[in-house]
Design a protein around this ligand. Structure first.
Ligand code: PA5
Length: 429
C-alpha cells in the first residue's frame, strides 16, 4: 500500500540531538496514552476507530442510497453547520471539485457565520434552484446554524409544502439530545447520528462529512478506506520512522520547544485552502489552551509569496512551515513555443505549470530554510479521496498526540464558550 509520508530533512538542522532524545520519551508516552485511551478527554477518542467501524457497518451503503435517490430531483444542496460540522466536508469538496465530480450539483454553505448579506443572497438563489438541506449540529443548539436553519426551513416549507420539505431535509445530530433532534423527530426528517465519543472537529469521517460529500459526488468509500489504511499504520506502528503521525508530531513539538510558535500549513494548489482551514480548526481548538499551543496559520503559494513571503523569509523568527506536497496531478497546461518569443518565455516551452510549480516549491523551501524557517514536507502521492482519507486521519492522530505532549485535553474547547456567554447576555437570552 502506498501511503503519504513525512519528510523532516529541512527541520533536522534546527533541532539539537539532545532535545530529540528528551522528546522521544514524551512522544511515546503521549502515543501510548492516545491508543490506550487513558488520557484527558478519553471519552472523545471514538474517532480513532471510526474508519474501521464504518467499513464494518452499513453506513456507507445507507448514505449512498439515500443521497443517490434525493440527487435525482435537486440541483443544489444547502449544508448548514459551523466549525467541525462543516469544515471537513468543505475541505474535501474544494480539494476535489476541480474534477467536476458533482455532476452539476451545487453545494451551498450556511450557518457558519452571522452574515446577513450571504444568507440573503443564498435565499435569492434558492428561489431559482431545486434544493435539499443538510443541517448538522452535534449539540443541536449552536446559534449560527440554528438561526440559518430556522430561516431556510421556512423557505423550503413555503416552496415545497411541509411534507415535501421534510423529504428534502436531512438532520445530522445527537441520537437523542438537543433542539435539532427534537425538530427532526417531530417532522420525520431523515437523520444520521454523530457518535457520542467523537467531537466536532474529529467528525469528518462520520455522517457529518460523509453525507455532504456524497451529495458532492465524492467517493466516500475510498475516503474511508484511505483513512482506515492510515489508522492501521498510526495505531500499530511505533517505529517513528514508519509512522507519519509520530514523525510529524515529534518535529512540530521540537520546533515549538525551540520557540517557533507559529506553524504555517502551506499549499501550492489553492484547491487546498479549505483543507488548511479545517487543519487550523483541528489544531487550534485542540492545542490552544492553558496558555499553550502552536498558532496554526496557512498560506497558498505562489500567490502569497507576493504578500506574506517577505515576512516568512525575513521577519520575526517565530515561524515554521509544513508543506502539502502533491506529487502528481491529473490536470495541467503546457507552455507553448511561440515564433517571435515576444515575452522571452520560450526557455520554458514544453514545461507544464505543475512542473514549474514544483520548481517554485523547491526554490522557496530552500530560501526559507536558508532564512531560518524550518520546513516539514508532507508527501501526498495524488489528490484523490484515498490519500485525503489518509491525510485527514494522520493529522487527527498527530493532533491527539500533540495535545497530550502539551499536557492539555485535546478534545474539549472551553475557550469557545467565552464569546457565547457575552453574546447571550447582550442578546438578553
Ligand atoms: O470541534 C468542535 O467541537 C466545534 O468546532 C463544533 O464542531 C462547533 O462548535 C459546532 O458545534 P455543533 O456541531 O454542536 O453545532
Amino acid at each position: 500500500m502506498k501511503a503519504i509520508s513525512v519528510n523532516n530533512k529541512f527541520s533536522e538542522q534546527f533541532i539539537p540531538i539532545e532535545l530529540n532524545n528528551i522528546i522521544i520519551n514524551e512522544l511515546i508516552s503521549a502515543y501510548n496514552t492516545l491508543i490506550d485511551k487513558t488520557g484527558k478527554g478519553k471519552e472523545f477518542t471514538g474517532w480513532i476507530d471510526t474508519p474501521k467501524s464504518i467499513l464494518d457497518s452499513s453506513l456507507l451503503y445507507e448514505v449512498n442510497e439515500h443521497i443517490g435517490s434525493l440527487k435525482n430531483k435537486i440541483d443544489s444542496v444547502v449544508v448548514i453547520g459551523i466549525g467541525g460540522s462543516y469544515l471537513g466536508a468543505k475541505a474535501i469538496i474544494d480539494a476535489l471539485n476541480y474534477q467536476h465530480i458533482s455532476n452539476g450539483i451545487k453545494i451551498h454553505y450556511a450557518g457558519n457565520d452571522l452574515n446577513g448579506i450571504n444568507l440573503s443572497n443564498l435565499l435569492n438563489n434558492l428561489e431559482r434552484e431545486d434544493y435539499a438541506v443538510v443541517v448538522i449540529s452535534k449539540s443541536g443548539t449552536t446559534i449560527e446554524p440554528a438561526i440559518a436553519f430556522r430561516i431556510i426551513k421556512e423557505h423550503i416549507e413555503k416552496k415545497y409544502g411541509t411534507s415535501e420539505a421534510a423529504n428534502r431535509i436531512i438532520a445530522i445530530t445527537d441520537k437523542e439530545k438537543g433542539k435539532l433532534r427534537e425538530t427532526a423527530n417531530q417532522n420525520n426528517y431523515k437523520t444520521f447520528v454523530i457518535p457520542d465519543d467523537v467531537g466536532g472537529r474529529f467528525s469528518v469521517l462520520t455522517p457529518v462529512g460523509l453525507v455532504p460529500l456524497a451529495f458532492a459526488g465524492i467517493d466516500i468509500n475510498e475516503l474511508v478506506r484511505g483513512a482506515n489504511d492510515m489508522a492501521e499504520i498510526c495505531t500499530k506502528e511505533n517505529d517513528i520512522s514508519k509512522n507519519p503521525a509520530l514523525q510529524y508530531a515529534m518535529t512540530r513539538y521540537s520546533l515549538h520547544a525551540l520557540g517557533f510558535d507559529v506553524e504555517i500549513l502551506v499549499n501550492y494548489l489553492n484547491q487546498l485552502n479549505s483543507l488548511c482551514e479545517w487543519w487550523k480548526q483541528l489544531f487550534g481548538e485542540s492545542e490552544g489552551k492553558d496558555g499553550k499551543g502552536l498558532f496554526p496559520a496557512s498560506t497558498s503559494f505562489t500567490t502569497d509569496l507576493h504578500s506574506l513571503g517577505q515576512f516568512i523569509q525575513d521577519g520575526s523568527k517565530i515561524l515554521f512551515e509544513t508543506i502539502l506536497h502533491i506529487e502528481n496531478i491529473d490536470k495541467d497546461v503546457i507552455i507553448p513555443k511561440i515564433e517571435n518569443d515576444f515575452d522571452g518565455l520560450n526557455y520554458l516551452a514544453g514545461k507544464s505549470l505543475h512542473q514549474i510549480n514544483k520548481i517554485a516549491e523547491e526554490a522557496t523551501t530552500q530560501a526559507h530554510v536558508d532564512g531560518g524557517v524550518p520546513n516539514i514536507t508532507i508527501n501526498i502521492p495524488q489528490l484523490n479521496e484515498y490519500y485525503l482519507g489518509q491525510l485527514i486521519y494522520m493529522f487527527e492522530f498527530a493532533c491527539g498526540i500533540g495535545g497530550y505532549m502539551l499536557d492539555v485535553n485535546p478534545f474539549d474547547q472551553p475557550g469557545v464558550e467565552a464569546y457565547k456567554k457575552n453574546m447571550f447576555k447582550l442578546l438578553q437570552y
